[in-house]
Structure formats: C-alpha cells, structure tokens
Write a protein that binds this ligand. Structure first.
Ligand code: SF4
Length: 209
C-alpha cells in the first residue's frame, strides 16, 4: 500500500522517479501517470491556472484572493457559496467582497429546506439541543440549488465534517474550500496537528480509540 505520508525522502519533489521507497507509487505502477486526464482541455486549463496562481501569489495572496484569481483566470463569473449557518455573518461579508470584485454570487445556507433532523433518523436525545426543533444540515439541497444556477466555481464555507462530503459528492461544478469548520480551533483544524505532541497528545492518540 502506498504511504506517501510516511515517506522520508520525498524525491518526487525534485523530479526524481527512481529513488523513492519500495512502496513509492512511482516504483509500483503507473497510477501516477494521469496525463491522459489532463489532456481534457477543461482539466488542463484548470490545472494550468491553479499552478500559475500557486506561483504568482506564493506567500503574497491570502486564500480568498487566490480563490478570486482562480475564478477570474478561468473566466468564471458566477460563483456558488455554500455556507454554514454558524458563519452567516461572515458569509454576508464574503458575498459582498465577491460581488465587489465583479462576481455574481449564488449562495445557499446549510439549513435550507428547514427539514427536521428526525427525517434522517436522528432521535431527540441525539440533537445538539434536545427538546428543540432542530433542522438538519442539507448539503444535498445546497448542491442542488447551486447546480440549478449553474455556478461555475463553488466555495465551501465552513460546512461541517461529512456535510462537506455530501456537498462535494452532489455538486456538479468545481468545488474549492475556503473555510474548514473547526468549532474548537476557530476554524483552523491544523492547530490540532501542531499540538499533537503536546497538549493534544492524549486527545488525539487515545481518546477516540
Ligand atoms: S511519491 Fe514516492 S518519493 Fe514522493 S512522497 Fe510518495 S513515496 Fe515519497
């Protein structure tokens, strides 16, 4: 099995196909040669522009600026914004920024549909706040709404773990993530990794076994 995450040489970074470990994907088969996929003009152009943005904005552009450049350079004018109710104030600001930069913005909040969680088998005691009406997050509907509007690039903005998966699975257009929700770490999930040898050691290596 491939395990790039456990590699210690990373020779792919310097263009060397030969010196990887025995289970290096470049040694064990041809799955790394996906150039036929990149021959699709749409994929090729998207990949080319993504690489250009990486270089031009390197260490200079915020992710939000990179996202707008990705859209602009691809000629996209209509953006989708799939956001979490918990970030509704921030989504309002984001929508304003995107519009100020010339984009048309179609947005859909996670609770759209107002369907009670009971509809997907959640019992009252399993809710965040038992005893209350709690609409389910509805990422499939968010995707359907953006699909209906034929948005060209869809921005994920703080959807929950799993709800983001459902959105990505059902969205037809390109998807990019601007904010990954982390209610504990101010939407900065990599903080858990940075603390994994310290304060979060037990939490990460033992508590969830
Ligand atoms: S592709 Fe090979 S060299 Fe690159 S990280 Fe994976 S195992 Fe290491």
């Amino acid at each position: 099995m491939h395990a790039c995450a456990e590699c210690s040489v990373y020779v792919c970074r310097v263009g060397n196909r030969e010196a990887g470990p025995d289970n290096c994907p470049m040694q064990t088969g041809d799955q790394t040669d996906q150039l036929p996929v990149y021959e699709d003009p749409e994929v090729r152009e998207f990949a080319r522009i993504a690489s250009l943005i990486e270089a031009v904005g390197y260490g200079r552009w915020t992710r939000l600026e990179e996202t707008m450049e990705l859209a602009k350079r691809n000629g996209f004018t209509r953006l989708g914004l799939a956001f979490c109710a918990g970030l509704r104030s921030e989504a309002k600001v984001l929508s304003r920024v995107l519009k100020a930069n010339g984009f048309e913005v179609v947005s859909a909040m996670c609770k759209t549909g107002a369907i009670p969680k009971e509809a997907i088998g959640i019992r009252d005691e399993e809710k965040v706040r038992p005893g209350t009406v709690e609409p389910m997050c509805n990422p499939v509907a968010q995707a359907a709404l953006l699909n209906e509007s034929e948005t060209q690039l869809n921005i994920l903005f703080g959807l929950c773990v799993g709800h983001d998966s459902l959105f990505i699975k059902h969205c037809r257009g390109w998807v990019t993530v601007l904010v990954a929700k982390d209610r504990v770490l101010a939407h900065n999930p990599i903080g858990a990794i940075y603390l994994s040898d310290g304060y979060y050691k037990k939490k990460l290596y033992e508590d969830h076994r």
